[in-house]
Design a protein around this ligand. Structure first.
Ligand code: GLN
Length: 309
């Protein structure tokens, strides 16, 4: 059974790449981070990893790109594994219906962000991880290196610096939450950690492999446990409801999988028990999700019938 599924993935990926190549219109790269603005929207890559670490790919699937908010899924998992339920005193788990960098809900919800995947919530999670480990971004990098098997996976300091130079909105979010006592790290130090986290470069192959614990019910690549079975389901649930911001409803409708996007143009997705996916193409829609990436995942679940529904 699993062999038959394994053999089926490569032709599916080839078919998707051909379909995407024939589609006009790819959206625009993120331009509020100048270092990302020049990305080539014709780039496209996609990888599928099976729970045993077998990985298939097409196009630019081995090309490192800026992971950005995809890292929020990994910092959530790492923080939950260390802190458990107490994390939810600092951040909610409801879709926000607002853009990823929105400030508006924070004041009337007393500095507790709606969910871990909007920027405000991710800043809180990174703050918790930093408090628990002393080095949030280093902990994340070590985890991604171990799970992907890529010891070269690293920060892009030029991207981190570019974002810091244009980071007023994230700074505003962090200072505002600090005023409610929901951030413990000094804000400049927290922002440095957060921008470094977002600047991590990884390929579709790296990220499909690194997300494997979400398909293996919380089990890491080396067989040890990161999350309980329930916690792995919880992370997948938050990805489904909040992972693509104010487009999460549309993503569930079109793709039907837990997913997490980033403004570098990558998206990871999970078929629990079956496989993990990562797709990359830098052109974004207005909500900050990769146009070709969402289309490719839509094709994947249509062609394979794989879905959580
Ligand atoms: N680093 C980006 C930011 O904070 C991440 C946003 C994203 O990928 N949606 O604005």
């Amino acid at each position: 059974m699993s062999t038959a599924v394994a053999l089926a993935f490569q032709p599916v990926l080839d078919q998707i790449a051909a379909d995407i190549a024939a589609r006009p219109g790819r959206g625009r790269p993120a331009d509020y981070i100048p270092a990302l603005a020049e990305a080539d929207t014709s780039r496209f890559g996609m990888a599928v990893a099976e729970p045993d670490g077998t990985v298939y790919g097409v196009g630019d699937w081995r090309q490192p790109f800026s992971t950005q908010s995809i890292t929020k899924a990994f910092t959530l998992a790492l923080t939950l594994s260390l802190e458990g339920e107490a994390l939810w005193e600092h951040v909610g788990r409801e879709p926000s219906g607002n853009p990823f960098n929105s400030l508006v809900q924070l004041e009337y919800e007393n500095g507790i962000p709606r969910n871990p995947f909007i920027n405000a919530g991710a800043l809180v999670v990174t703050d918790r991880l930093h408090a628990l480990t002393g080095d949030a971004s280093g902990t994340l990098r070590a985890f991604l290196r171990a799970e992907s098997g890529n010891a070269d996976l690293d920060f892009d300091h030029a991207v981190a610096a570019s974002e810091a130079a244009h980071g007023d909105r994230n700074a505003a979010l962090a200072y505002f939450m600090a005023s409610y006592g929901n951030i413990g790290t000094p804000v400049p130090e927290l922002l440095e950690q957060y921008f470094r986290q977002c600047s991590l470069e990884a390929s579709c192959a790296d990220l499909a492999l690194a997300a494997g614990f979400l398909a293996r019910h919380g089990i890491r690549a080396d067989g040890s446990s990161l999350l309980t079975r329930s916690e792995a389901k919880q992370v997948n649930a938050v990805m489904l409801t909040c992972g693509t911001y104010d487009a999460a409803g549309d993503f569930a409708y079109r793709v039907g999988l837990p997913g997490k996007s980033g403004v570098g143009g990558g998206i990871i997705a999970v078929v629990p028990g079956r496989c993990t996916l990562c797709v990359w193409s830098p052109g974004l829609d207005q909500r900050g999700n990769s146009v070709a990436g969402v289309a490719a995942l839509d094709r994947f679940t249509t062609l394979t019938g794989l879905s959580v529904f």
